[in-house]
Design a protein around this ligand. Structure first.
Ligand code: GH3
Ligand code: MG
Ligand code: MG
Ligand code: MG
Length: 265
């Protein structure tokens, strides 16, 4: 396989690991490593160099470029297999930890840390594409009273259900919801203008309002509602994420003051 063919396979198949020869018919293995490590979609695939070259300087270069290991020929197949297993295992564990670090433990949706990463990335992407970026802040109404009446564990249950309800309501692959804090969630809606954001927010509001909870008295079922505030901007170098979130926050505040269970666009 040539270097270019190999890179295409890496991009299309996303293998668990790449064994890379230093010398390929069309290009240098180090160069391939450098290219792949600069591509977000494939940079996480571990690369082990496989080579007849015993030069420590080359080995150092390979590791510096991001390869995880360097195996020189002739090698024992059993040892190579063991190293491959170790690196695949390490990658799985790293990815599991990364998922954990980005997930809210209670609700299972992305957490605040993940939100900061995603909004910064979408800001840059929308700036490049000159498209509007919207956010919506969601705050459950009178949640303290719900906790006080039904207990904290039931409050936790409501948070899980509301998170799943908002998540299920999102339509586009790039739409995103995170738990922003306590009983607050935030939606990130790329390529969405103010009218689009208001409509997504209104749909989420209705879906929350329509929720039914088991074990409630028939004559007095629990109704959970939320207030939402939206913000929209076409990102530019002058503006910032804080102002966008601030706009949504102010509109949320208005939604609360205007009677709750409503969207302020
Ligand atoms: P408002 O309509 O103005 O938003 O009233 P509120 O009671 O929802 O607002 P407030 O911010 O006063 O109260 C939020 C409550 O959310 C208080 C806090 O105990 C509760 N809360 C925050 N995080 C959690 C959680 O993880 N689990 C549970 N059960 N409750 C939580
Ligand atoms: Mg709140
Ligand atoms: Mg509050
Ligand atoms: Mg609240």
């Amino acid at each position: 396989m040539s270097g270019h063919q190999g890179m295409d396979v890496a991009r299309s198949e996303g293998p668990d690991l790449i064994l890379l020869d230093l010398r390929l018919p069309d290009m240098d293995g180090l160069e391939i490593c450098r290219i792949l490590k600069a591509e977000p979609d494939v940079e996480r695939i571990p690369i082990i160099f496989l080579t007849a070259d015993q030069d420590p300087a080359t080995e150092e270069k390979g590791i510096t470029l991001g390869a995880v290991d360097f195996v020189t020929k002739p090698f024992s197949t059993a040892v190579l297999r063991a190293r491959v297993r170790t690196h695949i295992d390490l990658r799985r564990k790293t990815e599991a930890l990364e998922r954990l670090a980005a997930t809210d433990a209670l609700t299972g949706v992305p957490n605040r840390r993940s939100f900061e990463t995603v909004i910064a990335r979408e800001w840059r992407r929308m700036m490049r594409e000159k498209m509007p970026l919207s956010v919506a802040m969601v705050d459950i109404d009178h949640f303290k009273a719900l906790n006080d009446t039904f207990g904290h564990p039931f409050g936790d249950h409501v948070l899980r259900v509301v998170a799943a309800t908002i998540d299920a309501h999102l339509r586009r692959p790039s739409d995103y919801v995170a738990r922003y804090g306590g009983e607050e969630f935030v939606l990130v809606l790329p390529s969405t203008d103010a009218a689009g954001a208001a409509s997504v927010a209104e749909g989420a509001r209705r879906a929350i309002e329509a929720l039914q909870f088991d074990g409630m008295p028939v004559d007095k079922p629990l109704q959970v509602t939320a207030s939402l505030g939206c913000g929209t901007v076409v990102p530019s170098v002058e503006g910032g994420v804080e102002a966008l979130v601030g706009e949504a926050d102010q509109n949320l505040y208005r939604a609360k003051n205007n009677g709750r269970n409503r969207v302020e666009p």
